[in-house]
Design a protein around this ligand. Structure first.
Ligand code: PMP
Length: 440
């Protein structure tokens, strides 16, 4: 009997008691390979000695100082480190306790930017169907997953509109090149903006790679460049949510580097602290901070635990280890290996329609019929069964599924820590293959 409750109101598995490297051990002594990094969180694996040392050193010095009084060396050094590697133009960092909080901060900062400029008529946000930005009310409002939104629909933000995601496997027509597909989606965004009036829109928000809802879906080449142009034409801010796909997971520190665009606001979390502390961050273009500095002088927002010294010290250590050990090289190399192995195991599988991803952010999509791409009946709860079969085999993966905006589909996301090696990847793919076959 436990008095704790999470999303699942009943307890599914024994409690986790020990984390070492890429494995987690439960209370019965059983070990699991953490091939999902939790939920694309763990990038250094568990119990990294450098991060533990940094946490100990920080707690010895200072546990907490409210940001209404002080900043701290930990927060300042982390911000310096992040800006040193940030896309050009991004000059400030606002710390939060996680991803949803950072998305909320992005939405409010975007609105306040226009308030400071006297553009009060800008009141609309545009997001994408099937996008996920978090579970707080603002983040849920800009997200486009109808299943998550449905019970709360009457209390979500009203001035939010959605356009189609870039989802090549299901979205691109057979007679269309990827480039034409990207153009068509950009046109849809442009039409939506025209409908609302370009001067009435605050921001467009998108995940650079769609994570939780669709499973490691990259945009087609050129899509985000067109999106950037359209936003610029109307003075609309571009918010890229890299909570899941950012901080090195796709092989570059920021996923948007591979798209050749810089957003006005870049949201990161998960891998920033690598699981060692709850932390997220909003990275902001200098023009936005300047507008506030020259205007009211403060951002009308804040949280008690933002910029927590322990969280910042842990995140700083995580980011330094990634740089020092050149781990993004391993993300690329092992990501290629993972994609190859997934292709070998599932490329001709009768119930796998697509294998996709970048770096250590990969997924397979399950279908009842490869030819028609007909998904499985959601009543089969394939995602729940795959998770169970994988856990039985000592493997943590991240399956999602069911019905999403009328688009049914099941996928399994893999996001192992950046320290993973080829032999572990081989074991992961082998166990996943068995779990998928057993579940279907
Ligand atoms: N944005 C994206 C893209 C995410 O994947 C998530 C979490 N899965 C969030 C925001 C919300 O982050 P958190 O759970 O830390 O609030």
């Amino acid at each position: 009997m436990t008095h704790v409750f999470y999303r699942q109101l009943t307890r599914d598995y024994p409690s986790a008691v020990l984390g070492r490297g890429i494995t987690i051990r439960d209370a019965t002594g059983k070990e699991y390979i953490d091939a999902s990094g939790g939920a694309a969180v763990s990038c250094l694996g568990h119990s990294n000695p450098d991060v533990l040392a940094a946490l100990h050193a920080q707690i010895d010095k200072l546990d907490y100082a409210h940001t209404g009084f002080f900043t701290t060396p930990a927060a300042e050094e982390l911000a310096d480190e992040m800006i040193r590697h940030a896309p050009a133009g991004i000059g400030h960092v606002y710390f939060t306790s996680g991803g949803s909080e950072a998305v909320e901060a992005a939405l409010k900062l975007a609105r306040q930017y226009f308030v400071e400029r006297g553009e009060l008529q800008r009141q609309h946000f545009i997001g994408r169907l099937q996008g996920y930005h978090g579970n707080t009310l603002g983040a849920l409002s800009v997200g486009g997953n109808l299943w998550r939104r449905k019970p709360f629909a009457p209390i979500l933000l009203e001035n939010v509109h959605h356009v189609s995601p870039c989802y090549e496997y299901r979205g691109r027509r057979i007679d269309e090149t990827p480039q034409r597909y990207g153009e068509r989606l950009a046109q849809e965004l442009s039409n939506k903006i025209d409908e609302l009036g370009g001067g009435n829109v605050i921001a467009f928000i998108a995940e650079t790679m769609v994570g939780a809802t669709l499973g490691a879906v990259p945009a087609v080449p050129g899509y985000f460049k067109r999106v950037r142009e359209i936003c610029d034409r109307h003075g609309i801010l571009l918010i890229l949510d890299e909570v899941m796909c950012g901080m090195g997971r796709t092989g570059t520190l920021h996923a948007c580097e591979q798209e050749g665009v810089t957003p006005d606001l870049l949201v990161v979390a998960k891998g920033l602290g690598g699981g060692y502390a709850p932390i997220g961050a909003l990275m902001v273009q200098e023009k936005i901070v300047k507008t506030l500095t020259e205007g009211s002088g403060f951002f009308q927002h804040g949280h008690t635990y933002m910029g927590h010294p322990l969280a910042c010290a842990a995140a700083l250590a995580v980011q330094r280890v990634i740089q020092r050990d050149n781990l993004l090289t391993n993300v690329k190399a092992q990501g290629d290996h993972l994609l190859r192995r997934l292709g070998e195991r599932f490329g001709n599988h009768p119930f796998v329609g697509d294998v996709r991803g970048r770096g250590l952010f990969q997924a397979i999509e399950l279908v009842a019929d490869r030819g028609t791409k007909e998904p499985f009946d959601p009543a089969r709860k394939l995602n729940v069964r795959i998770k169970q079969e994988a856990m039985d085999r000592g493997l943590m993966v991240y399956p999602m599924g069911g019905t999403v905006d009328g688009v049914r589909g099941d996928h399994v996301l893999l996001a192992p820590p950046f320290i993973v090696d080829a032999a572990t990847i081989d074991t992961v793919v082998e166990r996943l293959g068995e779990a998928v076959d057993a579940a279907i």
